[in-house]
Ligand binder design. Structure first.
Ligand SMILES: Cc1ncc(COP(=O)(O)O)c(C=O)c1O
Length: 434
């Protein structure tokens, strides 16, 4: 019966392909690229009746970690949770003194790349970014590193554009005895340092599998490490703070990964199950096994999905070049190759129109746009409440808040759809006599 159900599911999924109708279909700025493989994988796992994390999650953790040049992955329920768990782990490993440590981070960011810094009692040192590459301003990072209280650097590769200096920043922070966390949520498969996958030069690398991202499990995230010890700590924070670090088939064994599951763990002479011993103040940010099965199906397509993102960038960028008079176009720095999340456009001050004008026109014509996330976080009410010590000008970050928007390059778009997008851009300029 299971096979019959899965056959029907595959037929249903096959029937979902939609035709693009110019002016009627929405040109999404991003979306999931899934077909029958993902539907069948999910339903098959559901029909197996096992919902908690299991063998598929373990496989997914290992395969995703390798794609970040790491050895150990810990699957969580979102990219935001991945950042939180990554930083909890770093705090435990690196912050040994009773003082307020500082972390360098760009002000133009996704909120939950920065929020764990605040939530876990660190002090952020905000740096600005360059327009176009959206990389952190190097002089500011190097200056901030001189501060003795700096223990970490934490940033996202913005919209898939790699932070070109990651190896250099990693080496510098290691010299100080600190850590680097790379948020790769928007940058799976991007490379830096002439061909190294993002994730390589850091103590922890994170991903999001929300439907907008390079591969999706609906919701979900991963935090990956080179060291098993770090992964065990992260797993503990993920799983209520428990001491037990069993995963995969160890969970099923009566002795556990530690080989002494039943022992005097609490030091009170009573034999206790390690699975119910807690040595951290933890969370529960676990996803579901059925999501992992979807993730494994997505991973098989990743090479192709990455190529399509790159091709779409090339196609869109070639067209946009004619409007460089008005726009700062996105570029990946030398030595890097971006697997683009989206295509950010910053409107120059000299342009005879503003962001609202063009965004409204595109949206009216069914072309989705988005802001470049928060732009400068410090422009937002939640962050204004804090008395942060702002050391550097964050001018470009605020330009992003006000003048940047993004459109799609995800694999759901193609040459035919772009012809429509180009026509609408041309109409916008024509209507203004430009
Ligand atoms: C750079 C970055 N970091 C973190 C996140 C958070 O991921 P999630 O939505 O899975 O919590 C996102 C989400 O888009 C993101 O773009």
């Amino acid at each position: 019966m299971k096979n019959e159900i899965l056959d029907l599911v595959a037929q249903f999924a096959d029937a979902q392909t939609k035709e693009f109708i110019p002016g009627e279909s929405i040109v999404q700025y991003t979306g999931p690229t899934i077909d029958k493989d993902e539907y069948v994988a999910i339903i098959s796992t559901v029909l197996d009746g096992w919902f908690g994390l299991g063998a598929q999650a373990t496989k997914f953790e290992t395969e995703v970690a390798l794609r970040l040049s790491k050895l150990h992955g810990v699957y969580v329920n979102s990219g935001s949770s991945a950042n939180l768990i990554a930083l909890e782990t770093m705090k435990e490993l690196y912050c040994k003194e009773d003082k307020t440590y500082k972390i360098i981070t760009p002000a133009a960011s996704f909120p939950t790349t920065v929020n764990p810094i605040i939530q876990l009692g660190f002090e952020p040192i905000f740096v600005d970014v360059e327009l176009g590459t959206y990389n952190m301003v190097e002089e500011q990072v190097l200056d901030a590193l001189k501060d003795d209280d700096v223990i970490g650097i934490m940033y996202a590769h913005p919209l898939g554009i790699p932070i070109a200096n990651t190896k250099k920043y990693y080496e510098l922070i290691k010299q100080k005895g600190g850590f680097l966390v790379e948020d790769c949520c928007d940058a799976l498969d991007s490379t830096y340092n002439n061909g190294d996958l993002v994730g390589k030069y850091s103590d922890a690398a994170t991903l999001s599998f929300y439907a907008a991202h390079h591969i999706t499990t609906g919701e979900g995230g991963m935090v990956a490490f080179s060291q098993r010890n770090a992964a065990n700590i992260a797993r503990s924070y993920r799983d209520w703070g428990r001491a037990c670090f069993c995963s995969g088939k160890d969970v099923l064994s009566s002795t556990g990964a530690c080989n002494r599951r039943f022992a005097d763990w609490l030091g009170n002479g009573v034999i206790t199950d390690h699975r119910y011993v807690y040595d951290r103040i933890g969370y529960n940010v676990k996803p579901l096994e059925l999501q992992a099965s979807m993730g494994l199906a997505q991973l098989k397509k990743l090479d192709d999905l990455t190529q399509r993102r790159k091709d779409n960038y090339v196609c869109l960028n070639a067209f946009m070049k004619s409007y460089e008079k008005y726009f700062i176009l996105p570029t990946a720095p030398e030595g890097t190759d971006a697997s683009w999340f989206s295509y950010p456009i910053t409107i120059k001050d000299s342009a005879p129109f503003n962001r609202a004008d063009i965004v409204e026109f595109l949206e009216e014509n069914k072309i989705q746009t988005r802001n470049f996330f928060a732009g400068n976080l410090l422009d937002h009410p939640a962050y204004k409440k804090f008395d942060f010590d702002i050391k550097y000008s964050l001018e470009n970050a605020s330009i992003i808040t006000n003048n940047t928007f993004m459109i799609g390059v995800w694999p759901g778009l193609n040459e035919e759809i772009y012809q429509y997008v180009f026509k609408i851009f041309e109409e916008f300029f024509k209507q203004r006599g430009l």
